[in-house]
Structures are given as structure tokens and as C-alpha cells.
Write a protein that binds this ligand. Structure first.
Ligand code: CDV
Length: 315
């Protein structure tokens, strides 16, 4: 019998500074309702799905920022209705949010995603490892990208979980640019990788046509899915957030590298696909049979070296 899982990407349009948690949870619940009506069983929501993409702003007062943008508990009274709906519908989901925890008297902040089972239980947690941007204020820039100020590098590593008859892994946004992250998950058997993102249409650091940014997003998704023999769902938060644009193009990619569903708007939009999970297994047994074909004795440099060093052997 084939293993099928009806997957969805639940894209969010703009979330403005004035939008409350309650507003956001209502929008997420509406997308979950649509997913249920379509027979979807697993939904991927975006990165930082409960707030605007606040790392674009410099805020001096960290205590106010903590109170405004971070979650101290999950679920919370505000987010509980989403968990209740998921349990009622029997839908599992991925949700990204800003996490604030106190550990050994220290406040710690992470860009986090959780995996919630169709029974409404949190099964897994991932804290974003690849934090882009900068920590210092750049007053001359059109906007900030302060993930290095507002978050610590995730401390949970790359992990997978068995859920809904498959092996799932989670990544967040910038992780999709790093092949190592996908390999770490598929070396643990992942056959479904889930990822939420917020990607500004404009490149903060150097001029780049918006179409080229989308091109990179698409080729990365297709290549990572194929080269790691995995289903991949990537979900955007997009549109003009208080005038700052982020692109959509949420997608579902098959292990063959084919895009099987993609959003067309920069608004709240649900796309779905009834995925045959065994397609991933077929490729894992053949072309990407790691045990038969990988050569880790030649990969030492991948963990020993961080930055590139020019080390030619003809000297
Ligand atoms: N939220 C992100 O991680 N955004 C980055 C941008 C800054 C390049 C991304 O990789 O899409």
C-alpha cells in the first residue's frame, strides 16, 4: 500500500506592526479550516508567523521587544485555539515564532519552529541555526536585518521526528541556502522537510533584481529536494509589511525536484498536494543510496573548515 500524506503550505500575506496575536491566530485558523475542507492532513505555516518580521527594525528597549514579539509559552492562551482546531480536524502542523525562554537565570531568544501532531501535542522543536543579517544598527540602510541581534544561534541541532507515518525534519528560512542542513536531516532518514520563510524582495547588502532572488529561491528548493531525495514544503510570509515587501512563491517540491504546487499571490493562500511518501524511498534506494555511494572519508574538510581558504596543491 502506498503511503500518502496530503500536505499544504499555508502562506500568510503581510502582517503589520498593528496586527495582534489574536488577529494572526484568526488568520491561521481560517487557513487550517480551508485545509480541513480540502482533506489536508499536514500544514506548514511560515517563519515568525505570529508577528511582523520585526528584525527589520532597530528597537532600543529589549524588554518592550520581548513583550511585543516573543512567545514565553507555547501554546499560550492566544495560540491555544489553533491547537484545538488542529486536534479537532486531525491535522498536524509546523509553526514558526519568536521564542523567549529563561534558562539558569538567563533570558534566551530563538527563532523557533515546532512540529505539532494531529492530537495537538508538540512533538518537536527546532531553533534556527543559520541567522542572516547583522547585529549592529545600520541607520543608512533602507531597512534592517537584525536576526543576529534578536536571536541566538539555535542550540538543538538538526533533528527528525516520526509523525503521521513519515520522518519529518524542520528548517527555517535562511537554512534553505545551506546544503549541509538538508544533508544532516536526510542522513537521519527525513523524507519530508518543512520550512517557513520571510525573504525581502530587495537585497539589503547589494543590488539584485527581485526576479533573480525568486530564481534562487526556486532552484535551491528544487535542487535540495532532489539531491536529498525528500519532499519539501516551503511557506512564505510575504506582501508589503508596513511598506516593506517580501516575496511569496511558497511551494511544495517532490523528491524528483519537480514543483508540484506553488502560490500565485502575496496574500493568505493555501496550496496543497497529496504526496506519495514512497517516492522519497525509491530515490533513497537508488540514485541517492547514501550507504552505497557516499564517501565520508573525503568529506572531513566539510566540518574542519568554516570559511573558504585558498589552498592550491600546485604550489
Ligand atoms: N528570514 C531570513 O532568513 N531571510 C533571509 C534573507 C535575509 C536573505 C533568507 O535567506 O531568505
Amino acid at each position: 500500500m502506498t503511503r500518502k500524506l496530503h500536505l499544504a503550505a499555508a502562506q500568510l500575506g503581510a502582517v503589520n506592526l498593528s496586527d495582534s496575536r489574536e488577529d494572526m491566530v484568526a488568520r491561521l485558523r481560517e487557513l487550517l479550516r480551508q485545509a480541513h475542507a480540502r482533506g489536508v492532513r499536514f500544514v506548514v505555516f511560515p517563519e515568525l508567523a505570529l508577528t511582523t518580521f520585526f528584525p527589520r527594525y532597530w528597537f532600543d528597549n529589549q524588554a518592550e521587544t520581548d513583550a511585543r514579539f516573543y512567545e514565553r509559552s507555547m501554546p499560550s492562551p492566544a495560540t491555544m485555539p489553533l491547537f484545538d482546531d488542529a486536534r479537532r480536524y486531525g491535522i498536524g502542523f509546523y509553526l514558526g515564532y519568536a521564542e523567549l525562554v529563561e534558562e539558569q537565570g538567563q533570558l534566551r531568544r530563538f527563532n523557533t519552529a515546532i512540529l505539532v501532531s494531529p492530537q495537538g501535542e508538540i512533538v518537536g522543536k527546532y531553533r534556527k541555526v543559520h541567522l542572516p543579517g547583522h547585529a549592529e544598527h545600520k541607520p543608512q540602510a533602507a531597512f534592517q536585518h537584525l536576526e543576529k541581534k534578536y536571536f541566538e544561534v539555535g542550540d538543538l541541532g538538526f533533528r527528525t521526528w516520526r509523525m503521521q507515518d513519515t520522518i519529518m525534519g524542520m528548517l527555517i528560512c535562511n537554512d534553505r541556502r545551506w546544503p549541509e542542513a538538508f544533508r544532516a536531516l536526510t542522513l537521519q532518514g527525513a523524507e519530508l522537510i518543512t520550512l517557513g520563510f520571510n525573504t525581502p524582495t530587495e537585497n539589503l547588502h547589494y543590488p539584485e533584481p527581485p526576479a533573480l532572488r525568486v530564481h534562487h529561491h526556486l532552484i535551491m528548493a528544487q535542487a535540495m529536494a532532489f539531491m536529498n531525495a525528500t519532499w519539501l514544503v516551503e511557506t512564505a510570509k510575504c506582501g508589503f509589511e508596513d511598506g516593506f515587501r517580501m516575496f511569496g512563491h511558497s511551494l511544495i517540491v517532490a523528491p524528483s525536484g519537480e514543483i508540484v504546487a506553488k502560490t500565485v499571490s502575496e496574500d493568505d493562500e493555501l496550496i496543497s498536494f497529496d504526496a506519495d511518501l514512497d517516492l522519497a524511498q525509491d530515490l533513497k534506494r537508488t540514485m541517492f543510496n547514501y550507504a552505497a555511494h557516499r564517501r565520508p572519508e573525503h568529506y572531513r574538510i566539510l566540518i574542519d573548515r568554516v570559511g573558504a581558504q585558498v589552498t592550491p596543491h600546485n604550489a
